[in-house]
Each structure stands twice: as structure tokens, then as C-alpha cells.
Design a protein around this ligand. Structure first.
Ligand code: GLA
Length: 323
């Protein structure tokens, strides 16, 4: 085991946190929109023992900057007044890195949980999520929304989470029997820090400002026509945000009435919008979505921040196909 091999002692504290897949609602969490993510089976495990200073070890080789996320979480916990002792921490994860499945939020929440255990302290999931988001902003330099940390901190297996990111109000959503969710990894690796994510967020904020709003997703449909007057690129970004937000509500309603066909159509519309108006897809993801649609899927879309990563595919179990 990594911990004993690296530090010469067994860990005294252990924790874990899952990755997540977003079913629908991408690039709208930071616009105050509503999103529908759920935890995946893959998890990040953190072990810790007391030490004379902080030490970090990981089997995780995907992103050389991973330690910044862990250090950031420890710094934010201490800055919030919690007496976290110096810790030797080891991490192992089977959440794919750079796949749009929230490997960073899983790491952050796992580290926070193991550090809290070592301090004999607890935080409500809401505070945990906000603290980890702050760590990512300040220490990793990614201006992420709240979706990933919130989902990872609150997720229960078998349930999705319908989260209003403006109000931070949420409710669990059960998936209807007969719906199968698959994840198809394009193998193209993204780095949210590479600038595309921040550029999209800046576009969304410019559009909101031009329309006199704090949260672009809150533009009522009676005002959607005002989007046409924005500069062309901002108009496309804004169109994605307001329509994607509406699609999430429609998708949750479709799930509630077990209308799998409608749910699938919304996923595919979401992909087209992320590809054409928001421009965060890549050809490999477009090909996965097209292939899924051509082979009987209810619908499919890229998931997460984009620029590579994975697609989520919805299938009807009744339609057969491999399990
Ligand atoms: C990343 C961010 C999230 C969200 C998604 C896109 O996963 O961490 O906050 O913005 O991209 O929906």
C-alpha cells in the first residue's frame, strides 16, 4: 500500500469521495443555472497519518499539478480556523483525470474529509463544497462553478442531484428504472486551466453584464430576444446558457414522468448547443455522440467542462444492447 511504502507506517485516518458525471446542464453553474449531476462509482481515496510537516504522495500521475489542489484544501481548512495538524497524506484514485468526471473535486473533498477526521472536526457538506471550490479558485487558479464540489460532497449512490447553483438549493432525483447511463471517454485529455474554460466564463459574465444581470441563467424567456442585440459571439454563449438552463428543468420533469425519449432528446440538444453555440466540444466527442445516436441511444452529450473528456450516453434498457 502506498501509504506504508512511502511513510513507513499505516494510515490512522481514511476517507474517499466519488467522481461525478453531469447528466445535463454544462457551463451554466457559474451563471446561476440549474444542473443535474450524479456521482460515479470511481472514487479517490485519501489516507493520512500525523507528521512533523505536511507531506503528500500520490499514485496519480495524470496531472502534475495535483498537489496544488490538496495543498489548497489544507490551506483553506486552516484559514477557516480549523486546527488541522501537520499530515502525511497519500492518495489513490480510479477517477480518470482530465475526463470531465471531476477528478479534482473528488481529490479536494477526499483530502478535506481525511484532514477533518485527523482534526476530529466536521463540516456540513455545503461548507465543505464551498471551501473546496475556494481552494480550487485560489490555489489551482481554475475559476470553476460550484457543481462539482457540491455534487461530490452531497452525492448518494443511485441518485442524481438537481442543484440550483444561484440559490444553492437542491433536491435528489431518482433515475427511472429502464434508463441506463453510460460514460464514453474520448481519451482526449483536457486541462480546465488551459484558458478555454476561463474564456467561456468571461464571455458569460460579459453577456450578463450587458443585459444588466448578475446571473445570466436567470434571464426570463420574455427577455430572450434581447440576446440578439449582443455581439455575435456573446449572443451564442448567452443563447446556450438560457436554453441549457431550460433544458435541465425539462429533463428533470421528463425523468419524473419516466419519459425516457424526451430525456434523451434533451441530452442531444444540449450537446449540439455546447458544440455550436458554446464551442467547448471536440471532434472526438462529436463522433461518440453521433455514433451513440446512430446505434439506438436515447441521446448523448459531452459532459463537464469539455475541450476533451467524456460523453454521457442515455440508453433504454428495453432497447437491449450490451450491459
Ligand atoms: C467544470 C467546472 C464546473 C462546471 C463544468 C461545466 O467541471 O468545475 O464548475 O462549470 O466544468 O459545466
Amino acid at each position: 500500500m502506498l501509504h506504508a511504502a512511502r511513510y513507513g507506517r499505516e494510515p490512522a485516518f481514511e476517507s474517499s469521495a466519488p467522481g461525478r458525471v453531469n447528466l445535463i446542464g454544462d457551463h451554466i453553474d457559474y451563471a446561476g443555472g440549474t444542473v443535474l449531476p450524479m456521482a460515479i462509482e470511481e472514487r479517490t481515496h485519501a489516507c493520512a497519518s500525523r507528521s512533523d510537516h505536511d507531506r503528500l504522495a500520490s499514485e496519480w500521475t495524470g496531472d502534475p499539478a495535483w498537489s496544488r489542489y490538496a495543498e489548497g484544501v489544507l490551506a483553506e481548512l486552516r484559514a477557516s480556523g480549523l486546527a488541522i495538524p501537520p499530515l502525511a497524506i497519500s492518495l489513490a484514485s480510479d477517477v480518470p483525470v482530465g475526463a470531465g468526471l471531476s477528478s479534482s473535486a473528488a481529490l479536494e473533498i477526499a483530502v478535506a474529509r481525511v484532514a477533518l477526521a485527523a482534526a476530529g472536526a466536521t463540516l456540513e457538506p455545503r461548507e465543505l463544497a464551498l471551501l473546496c471550490q475556494r481552494a480550487e479558485h485560489v490555489h489551482a487558479g481554475t475559476p470553476c462553478g460550484i457543481m462539482d464540489q457540491w455534487c461530490v460532497a452531497h452525492a448518494r449512490s443511485g441518485e442524481a442531484i438537481l442543484l440550483d447553483c444561484g440559490a444553492l438549493a437542491w433536491q435528489p432525483v431518482r433515475l427511472p428504472a429502464g434508463l441506463r447511463i453510460e460514460i464514453a471517454d474520448s481519451g482526449v485529455r483536457h486541462r480546465l486551466r488551459d484558458g478555454g474554460y476561463a474564456a467561456r466564463r468571461a464571455d458569460v459574465e460579459s453577456a450578463a453584464q450587458a443585459l444588466g444581470l448578475v446571473h445570466l441563467a436567470e434571464l426570463p424567456s420574455s427577455r430572450w430576444r434581447e440576446i440578439d442585440a449582443l455581439p455575435e459571439r456573446l449572443a451564442r454563449r448567452a443563447r446556450h446558457v438560457v436554453r441549457e438552463n431550460a433544458r435541465v428543468h425539462a429533463a428533470a420533469a421528463a425523468l419524473a414522468r419516466a419519459d425516457l425519449a424526451a430525456f434523451g432528446r434533451l441530452l442531444s440538444e444540449s450537446h449540439a448547443s455546447l458544440r455550436d453555440d458554446f464551442e467547448v466540444s471536440v471532434p472526438e466527442l462529436d463522433a461518440i455522440v453521433a455514433r451513440a445516436e446512430a446505434t439506438g441511444a436515447l441521446g448523448a452529450r459531452m459532459t463537464g467542462g469539455g475541450f476533451g473528456g467524456a460523453a454521457v450516453v442515455a440508453r433504454s434498457m428495453a432497447a437491449g444492447g450490451p450491459h
